[in-house]
Design a protein around this ligand. Sequence first.
Ligand SMILES: [Zn+2]
Ligand SMILES: [Zn+2]
Length: 643
Amino acid sequence: MPVITLPDGSQKQFDEPVPVAQVAADIGPGLAKAALAGRVDGRLVDTAHVIDADADLSIITGRDEDGLEIIRHSTAHLLAQAVQQLFPEAQVTIGPVIENGFFYDFAFERAFTPEDLEAIEAKMTDLASQDLPVQRKVMRRDEAVEYFKGIGEHYKAEIIESIPGNEEISLYGQGDWIDLCRGPHVPSTGALKAFKLTSVAGAYWRGDSNNEMLQRIYGTAWPDKKALKQYLVRLEEAERRDHRRIGKDLDLFSLQEEAGGGLVFWHPKGARIRRAIEDFWRDQHVAAGYELLYTPHIARQVLWETSGHTDFYREGMYSPMEEDNEDYLIKPMNCPFHVLIYKNSLRSHRELPMRWAELGTVYRHEMSGALHGLMRVRGFTQDDAHIFCREEQIADEILAILDLTLDTLEAFGFEEFSVDLSTQPEKAVGTDEIWDKATAALRQALEAKGLDYNIDEGGGAFYGPKIDVKIRDAIGREWQCSTIQLDFNLPERFDMEYVAEDGDRHRPIMIHRALLGSIERFFGILIEHYEGKFPAWLAPTQAVLLNITDRQDDYVLAVEETLKNQGFRVESDLRNEKIGFKIRHHTLQRVPYLLVVGDREAESNTLAVRTRGGEDLGAMSVEDFARQLRNEIASRGHNNLED
Ligand SMILES: [Zn+2]
Ligand SMILES: [Zn+2]
C-alpha cells in the first residue's frame, strides 16, 4: 500500500502498486495529459513506471527543465525512427541531447540533402500524429547484441557490447522500431508537438578521425509551437549577427588554415577596434591605481612545476620546446610571471595592495572540434591582472574591482549582468577560517554594489572562492566574461611574503581577475552585440567623405586631412561612381557617418551629414561636425549625433 508524497507535502495512499501516470490522473486530468515522466525519490522514470513502496514523487511536464530534456531526447528517437523508415539501409549510432535540441549520428552511404531533411521532418510529424505508445523492454546484454546484429545494426551492437557484464539493459520501442536507451521517455509520440531539423554535418564514429564518417542530423525541440517559434526567431537573429560572417564582410579578422586552427589574424580594421579597446582599457586601469606589466611568452618547465600547472593544467598546455637541454613551455596563463616580479624584491606591508595588469597573450591547446570563430580559440590575449594585498584589504579591493568591472562593461554598451558567487569545494587548500573570511568579503562587496547573485555552493576552485559576471547582449544571450578569483595557493607554492608592521613575515592574498576575459572572444561578442554597427568610439572608420563629382576632390582631401589631424578615423571615397552607390557601399560597411560633398558644400565649407541608419542630419560646418563627433566619442556613444 504505497503512500506517495507530492512536492507540496500532501500525501496520497494507494491500495496496490500504482503507475506514475495513474497518480497524475488522480491529481487531475490536466496533469494526466501534461505528464511526461516522474521523479521518484530523486530518480527520473517513465510515466508507466510502477511505484510499489512509499515514495516521494513529482510529476514532470514540459515546463520542467527535466521535461524539456526528455522531449528533446525522445525527439532524437523519433528522428532515428523516421530516418530508418525512409532509408532502411541507414544504421543508427548515438543521439544525445545538446543545448536547445539534439543530434543523431547515422551511418549512411552519402550525405543527407536539404530535401532529405524535409522528408525526414515530414515523416517525424506523421509518426508523432500517430501517437505511438513508447514502451520500455529489458534484455540481457548478450541477447541485445544478438538482436541488433540480427537486424544489421552493427554500431548499436558495438555500443552494447562495450557495456560491462551481462546485465539487463533497457530498450525503448515505438511502433515497430526499437533502440537501446536508458530512458526515460515521453509516454507516446503524440507528446512531441514542436520540433524542427536544423542542419546536417559530417562526424566521425566515436569522434576519431581514423574512423568512418557518419552523418549527423541536428534538430531542436520544445514543449509547444510558440516556444519553438521564439527559438527559431532567436536563431535567425543570431545567424544574422554571426561574428564570423560580419568579420569577413567588414574585413576585420581571419583564421588561417595554413597557420593552424584557433589562431586569430587581426586585419587593419579589426586592429583599429582592438586599439580603441586596449587604449580605453589601459586608461581605465591606470586611473584605478593599476601598474601595467609586460612578461615573456615562454618559461622554463620548472616554473610551471612550481606553479602547479604541469600537474593540474597539463592537457591545456602545448608540448615543451627544448633549448640548451632545458624544456620551455608556452604560457597558458600569466600568473606565475607576475608572482616572479613580486618576488624580485622583499615587499613591505606599505606597498600593499599592489595592482598589476597585463594584456597577456596566452596559448591553450583546445580540441579542434571545440574551436569556434573568435569565441573559442587557441591563442588569445587576456585582460589579466593580479592584486596582492593583506587579508584585511580583501573587501575594499573586491569592491574596487567590481566598480571597475561594471564601469568597463557599461562603457561597451552592456547594462544587464548576472553574477555567481562560488564557495569552498570539498577539496580545498587554505584554512576554513580564511575561506569564510574571504567569502564573506566577496558577499559584502556584491551587496554593497546592490547586485543580485546566485550562490554556487561548493563551486569554487580548490584555491579560492570567486565571482563570475555574465553580461546580457542585445538579443538576450548571456556571456560570461569577468571573473574575480581569490587564490590561497600560489602565494603558498611560491613562498610569497611581505614584512608586516611588527616586522614578521606574512603571506599576501592574491586575487586574479579579468574583466573582458579574452580580447578575441570579447571582440566576437561585441561584433554580435552591435551587429557590426560599432559606436563611433570603436568604429574602425568613424566617417567617410564622399564627393559627388571630381570638382570637389581638393576640398574633400583637405577636410580629410583636417579631421585626421584631430585624431579621427576618416576616409575619402573619390571613386567615379554614382553617389547612391557609394552611400550604399559605406552603409553596408557600417560606417557611422557619411559626409557627402557637392559644389554647394565645397563652396560653403560644410558637409551634408548622413548616418548609416539613413538619417539626414543636414548641412554642418566642418568644425561643428568635428566637435559633435568628439563629444560622441568621449562619452562613448552616450551623446550620439542621432539622438
Ligand atoms: Zn532514449
Ligand atoms: Zn592569474
